[in-house]
Design a protein around this ligand. Structure first.
Ligand code: ACO
Length: 311
């Protein structure tokens, strides 16, 4: 006899196989995916703002075209992810509304300002580096459309990380003032980058359930550790200091020990109290309103095409 849909679902998860949009899934699995994928999509779109801030002030035509392409890639990532999320039965309009009304979140990291051009490099190196650590395992997530979107996103993120590192390398070969700019930028972004991985596992309400369902493949702390271990030698090669007096190699663990991020800062930023939360959402809201005529025109056009093909 055919197993009941719930058993089939559990068996698929146990085999590490993929759940597809038409498969039966528990409502809580669907809700968790909508929450995570939407939050991820919103992060890509809001994440265009801090770097977009520097497009008009990039120091050369080459740097400007790299930055433009990078920010456009982020828009593309947001669109793949909104599409993946739509396969779960929510519309893009609903998701946008949930972002704009504060019912869905986006990553804490994008609520920090970009104060110097070095921040473009640091975001590529540290923020996109953290994103890669967090997202490569998501290519093997249990929900098919999300995992497939992540494959392309990760390839592009790797390229973004390399461009950030190359930018910082160039600045480090420049003047003493440029080296100071890089160090100052790294000092500001280090701790917020560690917070991107979420609260410690012991305070992560969703991790256990999400890992049992194969949505997340690793805990927040494991990925944060992986990021620190990957980044320390890169910082040495670059010639910058990571602003953590407790950071050192632990021979016994075969990993770096590091200090505790300020978790009260993370929860404040998530609650909307970060330095740029209000500005980021106001900008997104304005862009949405400014784009209303495009959505109306596209809808009217689609309606006319549909009526014509029905003739
Ligand atoms: N920024 C904002 N919110 C966060 C962050 C963060 N850095 N970390 C955790 N949270 C939120 C969670 O969304 C959750 O709130 P919710 O239940 O209302 O959604 C709450 O804090 C508790 O955290 P967890 O239980 O650990 O939540 P979860 O299991 O979803 O893990 C994580 C959080 C690791 C961010 C996970 O959702 C994830 O891997 N998402 C996909 C990657 C992603 O969104 N990246 C975006 C930034 S990277 C980029 O776009 C360049």
């Amino acid at each position: 006899p055919q197993p009941a849909p719930a058993e089939q679902f559990e068996a698929t998860i146990a085999r590490n196989d993929r759940i597809e949009p038409r498969d039966w899934m528990p409502e809580a699995y669907r809700r968790t995916l909508v929450r995570q994928i939407a939050q991820h999509a919103h992060s890509e779109i809001i994440g265009m703002q801090p770097e977009g801030n520097w497009i008009t002030r990039a120091p050369s035509l080459r740097r400007k075209s790299i930055l433009l392409a990078k920010v456009q890639d982020e828009a593309g990532h947001g669109l793949y992810l909104y599409s993946a999320c739509e396969t779960l039965g929510v519309s893009r309009a609903e998701l946008t509304d949930m972002l704009l009304t504060g019912r869905q979140k986006y990553s804490s990291i994008f609520n920090y300002p970009t104060l110097s051009y070095a921040d473009v490099g640091t975001i590529g190196w540290l923020v996109d580096g953290a994103a890669i650590c967090n997202q490569v395992p998501l290519c093997r997530t249990s929900y098919g459309p999300y995992g497939r979107a992540m494959i392309r996103i990760c390839k592009e993120e790797s390229f973004h990380q390399r461009q950030g590192y190359e930018l910082l390398m160039t600045m480090m070969r420049g003047t003493a003032e440029q080296r100071r700019m890089v160090q100052e930028s790294v000092d500001r972004f280090w701790w917020p980058s560690l917070m991107m991985f979420g609260p410690p596992d012991a305070n992560s309400p969703n991790s256990e359930r999400s890992m049992a369902w194969g949505i997340k493949r690793n805990g927040n702390d494991e990925l944060r550790q992986r990021f620190v271990d990957m980044t320390v030698p890169q910082a040495e090669a670059l010639g910058v200091t990571l602003p953590d007096p407790d950071l050192r190699w632990n021979e016994e663990r075969g990993a770096h020990d590091f200090g505790e991020p300020d978790w009260s800062e993370l929860s404040a930023v998530i609650k909307g109290e970060g330095p740029c939360n209000a500005q980021r959402l106001a900008h997104r809201r304005r862009a949405h309103e400014d784009g209303a005529w495009v959505r109306e025109a596209a809808t009217a056009f689609a309606r006319r095409q549909a009526a014509r093909s029905g003739e």
